[in-house]
Design a protein around this ligand. Structure first.
Ligand code: GLN
Length: 192
């Protein structure tokens, strides 16, 4: 099992490190053709406007859509969630449109750049998960196909639709690998 991390921009090194601590073969993805070598993809946090530009410039849009259509799992965190969302502030994006959610960028306000909170989440177990939010988006709404996996202050912060997993926070910045394990389970399910 090999997992790619989109390495155009943002916190890709931290995801690679996390995957390696889990014993997973992790690959930095810089060109669309490199997706042929992996079974799953992580789109990291960073700056979604820059990431959007690079996704288009490097020709990733159709390749990532085909990757997902082939049933391979993709996990987007923070800016990675934003570029995968179907809508931003109620308006349809013209990008990947991989998950039926509507998002607001930087939704926790400008003064508070980041915050940390313990969230509870059935799919990752009893112990709360220490979530780090950095200029995080909020999910304003979601379609019926979207599973709401974790909430923080009544907001959905971890969600899944078929082979797409998204988090508004940065699970790669803590020593806790349980959210990554949820993603790896999705890969296992696919392989079976
Ligand atoms: N605020 C950033 C954006 O809108 C996302 C921040 C992040 O990925 N940590 O692109």
């Amino acid at each position: 099992m090999k997992v790619g991390v989109l390495a155009l921009q943002g916190a890709f090194r931290e995801h690679i490190r996390m995957l390696k601590t889990l014993g997973v073969d992790a690959l930095e993805i810089r060109l669309p053709g490199e997706l042929d070598e992996v079974d799953g993809l992580i789109i990291p946090g960073g700056e979604s406007t820059t990431m959007r530009k690079l996704l288009v410039e490097y020709g990733f849009v159709d390749t990532v859509k085909e990757f997902v259509a082939a049933g391979k799992p993709v996990f987007g965190t923070c800016a990675g969630l934003i570029v995968m969302a179907d809508r931003i502030d109620g308006r349809k994006q013209d990008l990947l449109n991989l998950i039926d959610i509507d998002v607001e960028r930087n939704a926790y306000g400008r003064q508070v750049d980041s915050r940390e909170a313990d969230i509870s989440c059935k799919v990752i177990g009893e112990e709360p998960f220490h979530a780090v939010f950095i200029r995080a988006p909020q999910i304003l709404g979601s379609g019926p196909g979207v599973e709401k996996l974790a909430l923080y202050q009544d907001q959905v912060v971890l969600a899944r639709q078929r082979n797409i997993l998204v988090a508004t926070f940065h699970p790669e910045l803590t020593g806790d690998a349980r959210v990554h394990q949820v993603f790896l389970q999705m890969l296992g399910r696919k392989a079976r």
